[in-house]
Each structure stands twice: as C-alpha cells, then as structure tokens.
Design a binder for this molecule. Structure first.
Ligand SMILES: [Zn+2]
Length: 494
C-alpha cells in the first residue's frame, strides 16, 4: 500500500468516528431526553479525544512526506493537499491551548444563556475577555503556520482561500449601495397591504406540508429525514442527512422557508462525490459554498414567483380551513419579501441581512488582528448599526452585541460565510438562466434541470477545486457582487 493510500485509509477511519459523532449530535438536539445529557456529553468528549488521538498519530508526519514524493495523478495531488490541510488544522494547536479554549468557551456560552436576557454586558465581559485572549493566541499560531494575518488564518478554517482583503473589496462595494436600496424598498413597501397568517396551524399539517415541499425539491428520503429541534440545522452524514425545523403553531411561514433552506444544505451533502466519501476532498468546499446551496434553494428558487405560487397552492391545501386570502400568491410573495430594519440577525430579511454580517465581520476582523479591544465592541456595534440600518443599540446589549452564540464559542471568522453564500447563489442563478429556462422549469413542477446544473457544477466537485476555481468553472468568473446587487434590485424594486 502506498503512503497516499495509507493516508486515505486513515482519513476514512477518522471519518467513521466522526459519522457516529454527527448522528449522536443530531440525537442530542432532536431526540434525547434531558436526563441523558451528562452521560452523552462524556461519551462525546471521549469520542473527540479518540478522534484527536487519531489525527495526531506521530507516523502521519512521515507518511505525508512520503506521499508527497510519490507519483500521483493530478486529482490525487489535490486529494493529498486536502488531507494535509485537514491534518494541519487539527494539529497546529498545542493541547493545553485547545483544552483551555474549550473550557473558556463552554463557560462563556453557558453564562451567556442567562446574561443575554438580563442584558448583562458587565458579567458577560468577564468571561468573554478570556475567550478573546485564547482565540487571539489560536489565531496567532495559525497565522504563523499559514503565513497569513491572524484573522485570515481563522477565516481560512471556514473559507479556505478567501482573504479579508477580498472581503473588504466585496463588502465595501455592498456598503455603497445597500443602505439606499433598503430605504427605497421600505418606501415602496410602505403602501402595500398584506394578510398575515394568524391562528392555529397544527404541527402535523405543517410537517406534512414541509415533506411535500422537500419532495418537490427532490430530497432523497432513502438518505435522510426531517425532524424537530429548537435550533434548526442540517446534520448527519451524506448517506443519512438529518435536517430539522421548529414549528410555531401560530405561524407556518418561517418554518416552511426554513425547511426549504435546510433542504438546500441537505441536497449538497447528498450530492457530494461518492467515490471520495469519507475523505476531505469528498466534503463540502467551504461554509460559504454550503450556504450558497441553502440560500440558492431559499432565496433564488424558493422566493421566485413560480415557486411562491406553488408554495401558496400547497399551503392552501394543507390549511384549507384558514382564510384563503393568506394563500393568494401575491400575498405570499409579499409575505416572503417583506423588508424591515431590525436588530436581530437571525430574523433579518434577505435585503438587510448583509448589513448584519458586514458589521460583525468588520468588528471581528479588527478584534482578532488586535486593532480594537473587546471592550470597544458595544460602542462600535452602535455606530455601525446607526450607519447601516439607522438603529441605535446604546445600552441594548441583548439585541446588540450579545445576540449571537458564535463569539461566545470563539468561532471568529464564520460570519462572512452567510453573505458570501447569498452572493454565490445570485451569481449561479444569473449564469444558470443562460442555459436553463428556470421560470418554466419551476412552473412545471419538475425542477430536475436546476438540480442537474447544481450537481454538475457544485455538488459533484466536493473539495476537488479551490473555491475560486469552482466558481470560475461554474460561472465564468470569480465572485462578483454585481450579480447580488442586480438580483436584490430586480426582486425588491423591479
Ligand atoms: Zn444555512
């Protein structure tokens, strides 16, 4: 067996344990009774120690050196690069830093759960200080290993190949046109009236509707399922994808579109190259590309006029006892394209969402690079909210800088993925429309040509290309924010 083959075999071994962790993680969120949490946490910690042990086996260093000298095909060379990247990411940090960070993050997150509703920045700041200190140490070590700035090294964990220099260019462009676009759209929507769903939409009917929509989106039920959890997510493994949603019986709208979103994540996982299963090259390219699939489903397909019409029709059938005016397709369109300047990112609409992301990106970039201190955050948050959305968060920490879980866990560098995904999705759609008659395909109810395009250009590539090459091969150019601007302008002012 060659060194390369040994490395692939070892990666599959690690993947098998990660498989079990993923299904256990889903079970914790969707099924497990609360009394199981202590023992499960211990079992998961033990599993993670074992995975870490496998990742740090000393003989791997020599195997990588040997494999690099072997006569490999172009694809194998790329597979090896991905194997090495994943190995280095897992190995570069000293064990005592990993342990200290995991304790500090857990402490900060746990306390945050009650400090946030209490608007207790002073209390939060005491724990958060340690999270920032250790995250900066991590970023510094990763920066030295990769030759990047500290923030870019963290960003690379989620978006390999993307730099803050390129994000600055993209986001600075968005900032020149987004605030005015939001104001223009609000002005336009001021006079529109809509019928808002109210009343009792049973969980049973909502689930049946969700499953119908998943079928329309060709979710493969032999390789996945839909369940419930407090925070919706897409988990599991490519052959057994677990998506979840949360039902609110007074309103079906958010859960329904949430299912469309998670189905996008799921179909990417289900469509990853089977020949590379269990190896890093067979996984999703980046968090931004993952989000580009969920947002392609949710924003590009899901909010298009013909899809909205189908959705309205299906919902009307499942909720036949309710006011039919809700399920009028124009009403549905308005319902799903309503814009509002508001404080909370997770509740934000498509148009204001990038402002929430850019604000966080600018703060975390400067925080990790040591340009600002964590005590500057509330003031900066307020300034940027005023500049981008005209809202003040002075003294309002719970709906300001304390609203997200990400930073409490030391997940710096993740936020840009959301808006990168929205931008990639707009670019795919613009290019897809050159060869696929998207509107009539959706109207026909057989969306196969859309999924074939995604499968061919995105899903089947796994991590065999860099993000830039993936986007260039699929769309003819690297990421270009102009597609996003055009999409938003057409949808909201067209
Ligand atoms: Zn998502």
């Amino acid at each position: 067996m060659s060194a390369f083959e040994k490395l692939v075999k070892h990666a599959k071994k690690i993947d098998n344990f990660q498989h079990l962790g993923a299904i256990c993680g889903w079970d914790m969120a969707a099924m497990m009774p609360s009394g199981g949490s202590q023992a499960r946490a211990e079992a998961m910690a033990e599993l993670n120690v074992h995975i870490h042990h496998l990742n740090t086996k000393p003989e791997l260093t020599d195997l990588f050196a040997e494999a690099e000298a072997e006569n490999l095909s172009e694809q194998q060379k790329w597979e090896l690069r991905e194997l090495k990247r994943s190995w280095q990411n897992a190995n570069v940090l000293p064990a005592d830093l990993v342990e200290a960070a995991s304790l500090a993050n857990a402490k900060c997150e746990h306390a945050w759960r009650s400090q946030r509703p209490d608007n207790d920045w002073q209390g939060f700041e005491k724990n958060f200080r340690e999270v920032v200190k250790l995250s900066r140490e991590e970023a510094q070590i990763r920066a030295e290993a990769t030759g990047q700035t500290p923030y870019d090294a963290m960003l690379g964990l989620y978006e390999p190949g993307t730099s803050s220099a390129s994000l600055d260019t993209l986001f600075d462009d968005v900032k020149t046109w987004l605030p005015k676009l939001v104001d223009d759209v609000l002005e336009k929507q001021k006079s529109e009236s809509l019928v808002i769903p109210q009343g009792n939409f049973s969980t049973t009917s909502q689930k049946a509707l969700g499953l119908d929509v998943m079928k329309l989106l060709q979710f493969n039920f032999d390789n996945g399922r839909l369940d419930q959890s407090v925070h919706p997510f897409c988990g599991g493994v490519p052959t057994d994808v677990r998506i979840t949603t949360r039902y609110d019986e007074s309103d079906f709208a958010q859960s329904l579109m949430g299912i469309v979103h998670e189905t996008g994540h799921a179909r990417y996982e289900q469509g990853l190259p089977k020949s590379l299963a269990g190896t890093p090259a067979g996984t999703a390219r980046s968090m931004g590309i993952h989000e580009s699939q969920s947002l392609f489903f949710e924003m590009q397909v899901g909010r298009s006029a013909p899809f909205i019409a189908r959705l309205a029709d299906l919902a009307g059938k499942h909720f036949a006892e309710h006011d039919a005016a809700i399920f009028d397709k124009d009403n549905f369109q308005k319902l799903y394209t309503r814009v509002k300047k508001d404080y909370i990112r997770v509740d934000a609409d498509e148009l204001t969402y990038p402002a929430h992301v850019i604000l966080r990106y600018e703060i975390e970039r400067d925080l990790i690079n040591g340009v600002i201190e964590h005590t500057d955050i509330p003031e900066l948050w307020d300034q940027k909210m005023q500049a981008y959305l005209g809202l003040t968060t002075k003294g309002n920490y719970k709906n300001g800088c304390m609203q997200d879980i990400h930073w409490t866990d030391g997940a710096f560098g993740y936020f840009p993925s959301y808006t990168l995904g929205a931008m990639y999705a707009a670019q795919y759609m613009a290019v897809m429309k050159q060869t696929v008659d998207v509107e009539s395909v959706i109207a026909s109810g057989d969306l196969s040509p859309i999924f074939q395009w995604l499968e061919q250009n995105i899903w089947s590539k796994g991590s065999l290309l860099s993000t830039d090459d993936l986007i260039t091969q699929a769309t003819g150019e690297t990421l270009n924010a102009a597609f996003f601007k055009e999409h938003l302008t057409n949808r909201y002012l067209g």
